[in-house]
Structures are given as structure tokens and as C-alpha cells.
Write a protein that binds this ligand. Structure first.
Ligand code: SAM
Length: 243
């Protein structure tokens, strides 16, 4: 199994750069060796060039990448990409940049979008913090989707949570006026942290004044199913950049 992962790294060395990146400001993920099935390896061979943007500390030109001026939504940590795939397929008035470091999920989404021939989505396997800091221009993003970010429940792990002051400020800077951040979690203390952190960013506003009602177009994610099975309470947060 491991050989298949090594074989795609041999073909596309840039795909593994994320594993050597030890300069991260928020250590929001831990990478483990990923067994891949043959369809995932094939997806990389078939669709990499059309769908994957390699990490490079240089600003992305979304209009050139997508060939149009549709607003761009960035999803951070798409996991298996089940919801990402459906949203891109159904909400075609947007372009999507989907970020995930987990190789198995990354290759699964690549397989789905490639087979469907979607033209409004691109994928990156890299740390979202670095991508936003180095590759995304200020005021260029119409929305962020952050569905079930790792909750890091233990006290000593909480500094690993993605949604914390500096990162929220970074999201705010990247949003265009009127753009949104839509975050969902099944970990109540993290949901409260999200509200508090976003409330601390001057340029963001919360139209619901607290948690928002479930958004009708968001499909259930893989991680959400696990949370529901444990009867965890799901909270949704929607904030916007002041126009
Ligand atoms: C708990 S999972 C949720 C996945 C998916 N959104 C869902 O709801 O099923 C969180 C995901 O975020 C990814 N992740 C964490 N930190 C990240 C980062 N800095 N950049 C990109 N992805 C990240 C992890 O690899 C993991 O797959």
C-alpha cells in the first residue's frame, strides 16, 4: 500500500512538500502515512495537471486559473471532500479553491471532480495558513468554508485550533467587502471560541448576533456524521466582512 503513495511522490515530488514544512505558525494538523487505493493513485495521474495548484509563495491569479471572474470561495480542510464536491457541482456561480493536507481525502476529491469534469474547482495539498499568507491577495475572496475544523479538545492542544485571533484576522484581510466566513463545528467550546474570536475582528460583523440557523445548501460532511452519531450539538457561525 505504502508503495503506491511513494510511487505518486516519485512522479510528482511537489505533492509531498507539505510533509517537510516545519515552519508552521499554527500546527493545526498532524500528518500520518496514508494508504492509498489504486483509484486514488490513478486519479493523481489522470487529473493532477488539470486540477491541482502546487504550493509556491507567489500570488494566485484567480481569473487566469478559472478563465472567468466568478467570485472565489476557499474551503479549508475539506477532509474526504464529500460536501465540497456537491457544493461545487450545485453552486456553479462560484469558483472554489479547496485546501486539504490529508492525502487520502485529497485524492478522493480529485477523483470525483476529475470524473465529473467540473471546471469551477481547484485543489491544493498544503497548509491553509501558508497558502493564505503567501498566495492569496487581500480582498480577493468571496467566502471561506471551514466545516468541522479539528476541535483539539484537550487544554494543552487548544493552541492548535485553526480559528484563533491571528488566523481570523488573516481571513478578514483576504475577504472582499461583503464576503463571508462560514464555519461549523460539533464541539461547543470551539463554537464559542469562534464567536468570540470573530467578534474581536473589527472588520467582521455577525448578522445573527450569535450562532446562525443551519444553511440550507450545505450538505452533511463525513465528520459531521460521526458527530451526530455521538449526539454532539452542531453549531454554525456565519460572519461577514463589512461592506
Ligand atoms: C476534522 S476534519 C473535517 C473534514 C471535513 N471538513 C468534514 O467535515 O468532514 C479537519 C480537516 O482539516 C484539515 N486541516 C487541518 N489543518 C489544516 C490546514 N492548516 N490546512 C489544510 N487543511 C487542514 C485536516 O487534515 C482534516 O482533514
Amino acid at each position: 500500500m505504502r508503495e503506491t503513495q511513494e510511487s505518486i511522490y516519485a512522479d510528482i515530488p511537489e505533492l509531498r512538500i507539505v510533509e517537510r514544512d516545519d515552519q508552521r505558525s499554527i500546527k493545526s494538523f498532524v500528518l500520518r502515512g496514508t494508504p492509498l487505493k489504486s483509484f486514488q493513485v490513478e486519479a493523481v495521474r489522470a487529473y493532477y495537471d488539470d486540477y491541482v495548484i502546487p504550493y509556491e509563495p507567489k500570488l494566485l491569479d484567480f481569473a487566469r486559473i478559472f478563465g472567468n471572474d466568478k467570485p472565489v470561495i476557499i474551503e479549508i480542510g475539506f477532509g474526504m471532500g464529500v460536501a465540497t464536491h456537491l457544493i461545487a457541482k450545485e453552486r456553479t456561480e462560484y469558483n472554489y479553491l479547496a485546501l486539504e493536507v490529508f492525502l487520502s481525502g485529497f485524492t478522493k476529491l480529485l477523483d470525483k471532480v476529475g470524473k465529473d469534469g467540473l471546471d469551477n474547482i481547484r485543489l491544493m495539498r498544503f497548509d491553509a495558513v501558508a497558502v493564505l499568507e503567501q498566495m492569496v491577495g487581500d480582498s480577493t475572496v468571496a467566502g471561506f468554508h471551514i466545516f468541522f475544523p479539528d476541535p483539539w479538545p484537550k487544554k494543552r492542544q487548544q493552541k492548535r485550533r485553526l480559528i484563533q485571533g491571528e488566523f481570523a484576522a488573516l481571513l478578514g484581510r483576504k475577504l472582499s467587502p461583503g464576503g463571508y466566513i462560514y464555519a461549523v463545528t460539533d464541539w461547543v467550546p470551539y463554537a464559542e471560541q469562534m464567536l468570540e474570536v470573530f467578534a474581536g475582528i473589527e472588520e467582521l460583523t455577525n448578522p445573527s448576533g450569535g450562532f446562525c440557523p443551519p444553511v440550507s445548501w450545505r450538505p452533511e460532511t463525513r465528520f459531521e456524521v460521526k458527530g451526530r452519531e455521538q449526539e454532539f450539538q452542531i453549531n454554525e457561525v456565519w460572519v461577514e466582512k463589512k461592506a
